[in-house]
Design a protein around this ligand. Structure first.
Ligand code: SF4
Ligand code: SF4
Length: 277
């Protein structure tokens, strides 16, 4: 029988904050650095943590209404007896953000490292986090490293069976911006990652009701995008973004990423102020 135990959010936060302070690898290694300026740069600030209920109806909505895709997997399908979803946002440091904010076409070396080596660091950090929860008697699943994670194309739509940004929305961490990123109280520039557990952790109350509540519609991300991918009307932007990312990949293989729309914009590191129209 699948049965979980109760746990308070502050214990979850303590575990991840302690790991964040002590776990090695939160920097660009000198031997891997694409340029001397990128060497030694720290990737991430301390994370924000949001808790969602595994049976939150919004997860089902992501699948049934094809907000993401019809092959989206529910928390219970990832982990038998799932009770809670722990979502985290790791903001990029000011050094990474500033470096990218100076770019106009190709991303900064520091950003590329954050996207690839930074992501590797996060996955190792979260695997350790899961081990700590396992020692406390909780079972866990880390979808981002799970071999069932799939990015599928069905001829009409493409998408993954787990979305970190949608999960973060459900867990109360933020709302979407025009650029398709998720704006949190520490901004939009950073990485999301989540863990599903059978631990029964009280879910956070979402401090918003609308999908785009934190975006002020300023349009700065439209002007920052070198691919013309972002429009007020939405539409076929994903394709242009992906074509631009292919160019980055060709130039910086095996690294990729862009994120110009997430830097030098009012939502870079905070919820942007409202604009009076
Ligand atoms: S730059 Fe402005 S319009 Fe674009 S996501 Fe941020 S707040 Fe919204
Ligand atoms: S939408 Fe894509 S191509 Fe445009 S700035 Fe953002 S990441 Fe770059």
């Amino acid at each position: 029988m699948c049965k979980g135990k109760s746990m308070e959010k502050n214990l979850i936060e303590k575990i991840i904050y302690d790991l964040y302070e002590s776990f090695p690898g939160n920097r660009v290694e000198e031997e891997l650095a694409l340029s001397p300026e990128a060497a030694g740069i720290r990737f991430f600030e301390k994370p924000l943590v949001g808790i969602g209920a595994a049976d939150d109806p919004l997860f089902e909505k992501l699948r049934s209404e094809e907000v993401v895709v019809s092959w989206y997997m529910m928390p219970e399908e990832w982990l038998c007896g799932a009770k809670s979803v722990i979502s985290m946002f790791f903001p990029f440091t000011e050094e990474v953000r500033k470096a990218n904010g100076q770019c106009r076409e190709m991303p900064a070396h520091a950003w590329l490292h954050g996207r690839i080596e930074g992501q590797n660091y996060l996955e190792e950090l979260l695997e350790e986090f899961c081990r700590k929860l396992n020692e406390l008697g909780l079972r866990t699943c880390l979808p981002t490293t799970d071999n069932r994670l799939r990015a599928v194309m069905d001829g009409v739509r493409s998408g993954s069976n787990w979305s970190e940004r949608h999960t973060a929305y459900i867990c109360g961490l933020g709302t979407f911006g025009m650029s398709n990123g998720l704006i949190t109280e520490k901004g939009i520039a950073g990485r999301f990652i989540s863990v599903i557990t059978d631990g029964d952790i009280p879910a956070d109350t979402r401090p918003y009701t609308e999908i785009f509540e934190y975006c002020n519609g300023c349009g700065a991300c439209i002007r920052r995008c070198p691919a013309g991918s972002i429009t007020r009307e939405g539409g076929n932007g994903k394709k242009k973004c992906s074509e631009h990312n292919d160019k980055v990949y060709d130039k910086y293989y095996p690294r990729y990423g862009c994120g110009l729309c997430q830097t030098r914009v009012p939502c870079e590191s905070r919820i942007p102020p409202k604009i009076n129209r």
